[in-house]
Design a protein around this ligand. Structure first.
Ligand SMILES: [Cu+2]
Length: 151
């Protein structure tokens, strides 16, 4: 079965190349609001919105990322590699540039393999706390390839 593999976040291998080793990627991430300071590094996933039991009137902000060198800091590594099955082969030829269309089920954020509840203890979090490790693990199951365009 044909497959596609991609990274969710930035691997330590890439981050530890240092700021000069990022080429233009660091600046692009910065422009898109997907970075902290260099020492904290890249934001992997940024989820923001409102929630509430009766009305969506509470703000939440969950930003996942490694906050630097995980070995030196003795913190969890939130980088994940995702492998998905392709329903059909993606053909690359001189005429064909295939598009792989991936759907993301955001419901996995809180209702994935581990049920999570937003509350005042976790609704404003950045980095790699246990809540954000749980969020990351839930999000790894959010992707699926819906279809491939071979044209
Ligand atoms: Cu499509």
């Amino acid at each position: 079965m044909p497959k596609i593999k991609f990274g969710l976040g930035i691997s330590q291998k890439a981050y530890l190349l240092g700021q000069d080793g990022q080429a233009e990627f660091w600046n692009k991430a910065k422009q898109k609001g997907m970075s902290w300071s260099w020492s904290a590094g890249y934001i992997f996933v940024k989820l923001e919105g409102k929630y509430g039991a009766t009305a969506a009137d509470m703000e939440f902000m969950n930003h996942t990322g490694n906050m630097g060198n995980v070995t030196a800091n003795n913190t969890p590594d939130l980088y994940r590699e995702i492998t998905l099955n392709l329903p059909t082969t993606a053909r690359v030829t001189s005429q064909i540039k295939p598009s792989v269309h991936i759907l993301s089920d955001l419901n996995q954020f809180l209702s994935g393999s581990k049920s999570l509840t937003l509350d005042t203890a976790n609704n404003m979090m950045m980095g790699s706390s246990q809540h954000l490790v749980d969020v990351t693990d839930n999000l790894t199951a959010m992707f699926k390839v819906d279809h491939v365009h071979n044209d």
